[in-house]
Design a binder for this molecule. Structure first.
Ligand code: WT7
Length: 526
């Protein structure tokens, strides 16, 4: 942490230049020697309660930075390194971050935006040997006293898609979050001192926050931190790493399992997976084929598969969490049932708010069924009392375990000058779980063709990031709307999925619209 502090102190303060005495290394080292008590980020002036944006790939510096923030009481706001510069800028502004920690080797394009939106940024250039400036390390005091914090002080903000299109900054506080990530890690993965644990998630998502950084480290666990993808340089990468480090607890997502399943069991057979004890899955509903393959081929029939349902907002349902199922009228259903998944009581790891927007917090999670935390997921309880998550029932999509809102993709599409209106729905995808199917209505005299499709895809990638790239884009001369002008997404979803029976269309203002869309639906991906 000490080293990282020094590194983070290497601030390139391009925006200021107004002669702030504390903004160069020389002054800093003098101050630190004098002060004898070191606080992190002393040059930047980051202090308790300040927000720090972190935009880093899966390198150890990412973990150090989080812990450094926690140590000095700063609130980290990590932005997944795969997000676009616009997404980054939006999040920096929303949380009013005063500093950005990033790596010089990612997204050079983003740097132009950074300057306009943050006061300062520190560059961590991992790929060069001079990373984080050796001379700074040496000048650091050996100890940084922790900032004393209240149990309910904020620990971090992490953005998740909002149904209005604007991402919301989910706020977690110190004690409840740490208690919960620590305990759930310990019990759900049956942690023991001699375990080697590996979670393949990216720290840019909540899974990485909770189950790479805080949960495992609070337990003193030995973990693998992996920067890379499952199929490079070869498709046995995961299995190779499990063998190499004798991984005993392995935590990944259904989308990764489905991807690796495609290559059969041969790549698995080349490696010794006998160290595995527990397998975890998270992020989206796991389909039976993927579950069976995970259990039989990866776990060799020997390892329990723990399917962990939770959300950026919740942390694992666990001791003290009471899931129940409600019907449309908010009545609790008993026994075998299907309906809305809600939680009946608060628990330590529940989110504490939406950063800077209490109203959004109340409306999103507590308004539909007052008195309950509403997950936005559908759920079925079977006769044995098991809960089966059936997927999102709001305007959210789950692409490879990443939540996106239809509204944010629509907003990106309609930013293109040719687009008058857009509606986005999900369609099942063999690897991603769900993918995006977009209907676009063009402005008069604009032509729908391949180059426009490419432009639209690029637009979405630039606005949101590569994970949101549409798989299907259909020209929609008109969209199915009710007489009051509300887009009937159910109908669009059915068209996208090629369902023959479109159900009740009597509320449609113009039924002909549907016929046109049906006749032109996309068979193959764009
Ligand atoms: C949504 C939350 C939890 C970290 C990853 C995503 C879906 C998550 C499961 C699971 C079925 C799941 C839900 C949930 N989801 N885990 N094991 N089975 N669905 O965090 O981005 O906040 O997304 O992901 O729809 O509401 P998130």
């Amino acid at each position: 942490v000490r080293r990282q502090a020094a590194a983070a102190a290497r601030i390139e303060d391009k925006n200021q230049g107004q002669g702030n005495k504390n903004t160069n290394t020389k002054n800093y080292s003098q101050t630190s020697q004098r002060a004898n008590q070191t606080k992190l980020f002393p040059i930047s002036g980051v202090k308790k309660g300040d927000r720090v944006a972190i935009y880093l790939p899966m390198i150890p510096e990412l973990v150090y930075s989080m812990l450094a923030c926690a140590r000095i009481g700063a609130v980290h706001s990590i932005v997944f390194a795969g997000f676009s510069s616009e997404s980054l800028a939006e999040r920096i502004m929303d949380a009013q971050c005063s500093i950005l920690l990033t790596a010089g080797n990612i997204h050079t394009h983003s740097h132009t935006h950074m300057h306009t939106h943050t006061h300062r940024h520190a560059c961590i250039n991992k790929k060069t040997s001079s990373s984080w400036c050796e001379s700074d390390y040496l000048q650091m005091a050996p100890l940084c006293d922790p900032e004393w914090m209240d149990a309910e002080d904020p620990l971090f903000v992490l953005y998740t898609s909002g149904s209005t299109g604007k991402p919301k900054g989910v706020l977690h506080t110190i004690a409840g979050y740490l208690l919960y990530t620590s305990l759930t890690f310990k019990y759900v993965f049956d942690h023991h001192q001699d375990d080697v644990y590996w979670c393949t998630a990216d720290i840019g998502w909540i899974t990485g926050h909770s189950y790479i950084t805080y949960g495992p480290l609070a337990n003193g666990a030995t973990s693998v931190l992996f920067e890379g993808i499952p199929v490079y340089p070869h498709v046995g990468r995961f299995w190779e790493i499990i063998e190499k480090y004798r991984v005993s607890k392995f935590y990944t997502a259904p989308t990764a399992i489905r991807l690796l399943m495609k290559y059969g069991i041969e790549p698995l057979q080349k490696y010794d997976l006998s160290s595995l004890r527990v397998l975890g899955t998270v992020g989206e509903p796991i389909n039976p084929e993927a579950w069976m393959w995970y259990h039989d081929a990866v776990g060799q029939g020997r390892c329990p598969v723990v399917d962990t349902f939770w959300q950026t907002e919740t942390t694992l349902p666990f001791f003290g969490v009471l899931p129940i199922i409600l019907n449309e009228h908010g009545e609790e259903l008993e026994g075998e049932a299907e309906g809305y998944l809600v939680f009946k009581k608060p628990w330590p790891g529940i989110m504490r708010g939406v950063y800077g927007n209490q109203e959004c917090f109340e409306n999103t999670y507590f308004k539909k069924f007052p008195g309950f935390y509403v997950t936005g997921d559908g759920c079925r309880r079977d006769k044995d009392g098991y809960y089966w998550i059936t997927g999102r029932i709001d305007d959210m999509l789950n692409v490879s375990g990443h939540l996106l809102s239809t509204a944010e993709v629509e907003a990106a599409l309609t930013e293109h000058s040719a687009v008058a209106e857009a509606a986005v729905v999900s369609r099942p995808h063999i690897v991603k779980g769900e993918c995006l199917y977009c209907f676009v209505t063009l402005k008069d005299f604009r032509e729908f063709n391949h180059s426009l499709m490419d432009e639209l895809k690029r637009k979405v990638r630039e606005k949101i990031g590569p994970i949101a790239t549409p798989d299907f884009i259909q020209n929609a001369p008109g969209l199915p709307k009710t007489r009051s002008g509300k887009i009937m997404r159910r109908v669009l979803r059915q068209i996208a999925r090629n369902e023959k029976d479109l159900g009740d269309l009597s509320t449609l203002a113009d039924p002909k619209v549907v016929e046109v869309l049906l006749s032109q639906r996309c068979e193959a991906a764009a």
